[in-house]
Design a protein around this ligand. Structure first.
Ligand code: CP
Length: 319
């Protein structure tokens, strides 16, 4: 753990990557590297958050993010509580604000929340005193996913600045894409997005990315491909003719990689994967894939976030 890192961190909440400075992103990545070392020890646990209580409030499904945050909190010796919307009083009509304020009345310190509405974590941060961590809000942001993706790229390739990263798939509905674009462009990567026209938001170039609708163009010269899931549940109407056609035109498979990719390309996916749709089975499990390393790194990155936010809570100067 680095107290020096913690001293430089002044935010009370982690709501999005857009609002973070380059220094803040690097601070989290540096701190995550410290915690990755902790996780390699025979007893992968430190007392940094002993006596603190952290609540997972997930109003949408999750495997990786929820369990990773819970493990991160436990590795820091915090007490944890997990609330799933489907088995809570949400189903009786209780509002998000009432739910959070009732949980807070039980003297908790942080709320990690996932919600289908963009902006829900910002809303809650105005109504509770606990630190709020955004674990994914609608199609808007998924900050810790972008941080763990960035951490994994840096670990594999030694840097972010100057790398060519292509993000492929359903950009329009992807909070992962948005947070990755903010993180990677802040750190100096060249980001290209690729997918069907209907799944690329208008004016996305204003975020500092290039756009291509040609999969070969997205693969050629790329150091990293971050392949995204087609989010059928967020599409209100059919945005491409069929899954089969999507796979044929944009799917990442061995044949395409052999034809267009650099020899040392890194293949990422935030999960969950639609195997055989955006990514073929052999590529998902193949030599270029770092998908499970991303998941491993998620625990260290989330430990870093919890550690830094806890430091702010203990000191006075909060943003
Ligand atoms: N990457 C990600 O957010 O996965 P989960 O939905 O399983 O948390």
């Amino acid at each position: 753990m680095s107290k020096k890192n913690a001293m430089k961190w002044t935010r009370k909440h982690l709501l999005g990557i857009e609002e973070l400075s380059v220094e803040e992103v690097n601070l989290i990545l540096d701190q995550a590297a410290n915690f990755k070392e902790v996780l390699s020890r025979p007893i992968p646990k430190v007392p940094a958050l002993r006596g603190k209580t952290i609540v997972n409030l997930f109003c949408e499904a999750s495997t990786r993010t929820r369990s990773s945050f819970e493990l991160a909190a436990k590795r820091l010796s915090a007490d944890t509580l997990s609330i799933a919307a489907s088995s809570s009083s949400f189903v009786k009509g209780e509002t998000l604000r009432d739910t959070a304020q009732n949980i807070e009345a039980m003297k908790i310190d942080m709320i990690i929340m996932r919600h289908s509405c963009s902006g829900a974590p910002w809303f809650l941060s105005k109504h509770v005193d606990a630190a709020i961590i955004n674990a994914g809000d609608g199609s808007h942001e998924h900050p810790t996913q972008a941080l763990l993706d960035t951490f994994t790229i840096k670990e594999k390739l030694g840097k972010i600045k100057g790398l060519n990263v292509s993000i492929i798939g359903d950009i329009a509905h992807s909070r992962v894409a948005r947070s990755n674009i903010w993180a990677l462009t802040k750190l100096g990567a060249n980001v290209t997005v690729c997918g069907p026209k209907t799944l690329i938001p208008a004016q996305i170039e204003k975020m500092g990315v290039k756009v291509t609708y040609n999969i070969a163009g997205a693969i050629k010269g790329a150091d990293v491909l971050n392949v995204l899931r087609i989010q059928m549940e967020r599409q209100k109407k059919a945005l491409f003719p069929s899954i089969r056609e999507y796979t044929k035109i944009f799917g990442i498979n061995t044949e395409r990689l052999n034809k267009y990719a650099k020899n040392d390309i890194v293949i990422m996916h935030p999960g969950p994967i639609n195997r055989g749709v955006e990514l073929s089975q052999d590529v998902a499990d193949g030599e270029y894939s770092v998908i499970l390393e991303q998941v491993t790194n998620g625990v260290a990155v989330r430990m870093a976030v919890l550690f830094l936010l806890n430091h702010t809570k203990q000191s006075s100067g909060v943003k």
